[in-house]
Ligand binder design. Structure first.
Ligand SMILES: [Zn+2]
Length: 392
C-alpha cells in the first residue's frame, strides 16, 4: 500500500477509536452528539458508525427527541455481547477465572449461574501444573457458553501481580506467587486455542477504572490497591504511567525506615513492611475480608498500633499526591472494603493536608467486580480502542 494509503487507513482507525472512546464513556449517544464532541463531520460519523453497526460492535438502543426540528435521533451504544473474554486474575491468595463481556460484566450460564470461578492460588506446585489446572477451569466455563457466545469468545486476558512482559505475555516476577519467569502465553494458548494477553493486575484494574469507572471522566488518577500488599498505579493524561521496566508508582515500597524489616523487594523498611496483610496480622489477627470488624473489636492499644500504620500509609499517599497532583485518588482492594478503615485513612490524609477529603479520595465504584474486571477491561480496550489496525 502507498504511504498516502497507509495514512488514510491510520486516520480511519484513529477516528474509529475516537468514536468508540466517546460512546464508551458517554453512551448511549446520537450521531449528532458524536459529531459535536469529536469534531468529525456528520458524514464521517455516519460512515464509521454504520460499519461498526454492521460489525456488531455497536447497537441501536432507542431514540430520543432532537432539539430544533424535533427529529427523533437514534441512540447508539457499545454492544456488550459483541465479544467475550476469559478473564484470569492471579494473586497470591486466590485466582479468579470469569467469562466477561465487553463491558466487564459476567454473563449467566445455564441455570442462571454466573460464569465465574474462584480457586486458591497453588504456590507449592510447579507454575505449569497450576496453569494446566486453570486451563481446565477455563474449559469448564467455556463449555457453559451458548454457541453464539462461544463464537464470540476471542481471547484469554490475564492479570497477575508483579512485573510482566506485556509483549510476550510472560510473567517476569510475580512477587508472592512465583520466583521465576513463567510463559503464560505458552501455557494458555496451546490448551485453549485463543490469543493470550497479560498485564500487571493493578495496571489492569486501572484500565478498568478508565474503561468503566471513575477514569471515564477524570484523566489524572492515583489508584491504590490494599491487600495483601500495597499496589498502586498512576494515570496521567488518561495514560497509565509505567516507567522503566514497568516499575513506576510502587507506593508500597517507599522507604519508611532504612534500618527496618527486610522487604520482599530486597530493600529494608518499605511501607509494605508496616501495612501489608502479613505485617498487620502480627499486630492483630484477622482475615483479609474482615479487617474492619477486627479493627473495631480490637482493644485501644492494638487499635493505636493499626492507626499508626494507617498514618504512615496516609503520609505516603499525600507525598505521592504532591508529586503528581491527581484529580482523584481511588482506593481498592479488600483491606479498604470497610468504610471505617477508609474514613480513618482519609482523616489521616486530611490531617497532613487540608485539601484531602471524601471527594478527592474515593472508594472504587468497581468494588463488586474487582476480582475480574481488570483483565476484562484490558481486552475491551484493545478490542475497541487499539487493535483496530488488524481489522477490516
Ligand atoms: Zn519494598
Amino acid at each position: 500500500m502507498s504511504k498516502a494509503g497507509m495514512n488514510m487507513e491510520t486516520v480511519r482507525y484513529q477516528n474509529r477509536a475516537l468514536i468508540l472512546d466517546y460512546i464508551n464513556s458517554k453512551g448511549p449517544v446520537s450521531r449528532t452528539d458524536i459529531a459535536a464532541a469529536s469534531g468529525l463531520t456528520a458524514a464521517s460519523v455516519t460512515l464509521i458508525t454504520t460499519r461498526l453497526l454492521a460489525e456488531g460492535i455497536l447497537k441501536e438502543t432507542g431514540t430520543t427527541i432532537g432539539t430544533g426540528a424535533g427529529r427523533r435521533r437514534v441512540l447508539l451504544d457499545i454492544d456488550a455481547s459483541a465479544a467475550y473474554v476469559l478473564a484470569v486474575n492471579i494473586e497470591p491468595k486466590d485466582t479468579v477465572v470469569a467469562v466477561c463481556d465487553l463491558k466487564g460484566n459476567v454473563p449467566e450460564g445455564p441455570g442462571s449461574e454466573p460464569l465465574l470461578r474462584t480457586v486458591p492460588t497453588d504456590r507449592d506446585s510447579a507454575p505449569e501444573t497450576f496453569l494446566a489446572e486453570l486451563c481446565k477451569v477455563c474449559k469448564e466455563l467455556q463449555s457453559k457458553l451458548s454457541s453464539a457466545q462461544k463464537k464470540r469468545l476471542e481471547c484469554v486476558s490475564i492479570g497477575i501481580t508483579g512485573l510482566v512482559d506485556v509483549r510476550n505475555a510472560v510473567s517476569v516476577h510475580a512477587y508472592g506467587v512465583w520466583d521465576r519467569p513463567v510463559d503464560l502465553k505458552a501455557a494458555f494458548s496451546s490448551r485453549l486455542g485463543l490469543p493470550v494477553i497479560v498485564e500487571n493486575n493493578v495496571d489492569a484494574f486501572a484500565t478498568a477504572e478508565q474503561m468503566y469507572g471513575v477514569g471515564r471522566a477524570r484523566s489524572d488518577l492515583l489508584i491504590i490497591k490494599w491487600g495483601p500488599g500495597v499496589g498502586s498505579t498512576v494515570i496521567i493524561d488518561g495514560v497509565i504511567y509505567k516507567g522503566r521496566q514497568g516499575k513506576a508508582a510502587e507506593l508500597g515500597h517507599y522507604i519508611i525506615d532504612p534500618a527496618g524489616k527486610k522487604c520482599n523487594c530486597g530493600r529494608r523498611g518499605c511501607l509494605e513492611t508496616y501495612v501489608s496483610y502479613s505485617a498487620l496480622n502480627e499486630i492483630m489477627p484477622f482475615e483479609p475480608d474482615d479487617f474492619e470488624s477486627a479493627y473495631l473489636a480490637a482493644d485501644p492499644q492494638t487499635r493505636a498500633k493499626i492507626d499508626s500504620a494507617i498514618d504512615l500509609f496516609a503520609r505516603c499517599i499525600v507525598n505521592t499526591g504532591t508529586m503528581i497532583a491527581p484529580s482523584r485518588t481511588i482506593l481498592a482492594g479488600n483491606l479498604f472494603r470497610g468504610s471505617a478503615i477508609r474514613e480513618k485513612l482519609i482523616s489521616a490524609c486530611t490531617a497532613l493536608d487540608g485539601t484531602y477529603n471524601a471527594e478527592s479520595i474515593i472508594y472504587t465504584p468497581l468494588s463488586g467486580r474487582e476480582a475480574y474486571v481488570g483483565p476484562a477491561a484490558v481486552f475491551a480496550q484493545k478490542k475497541l480502542l487499539e487493535d483496530s489496525l488488524t481489522e477490516g
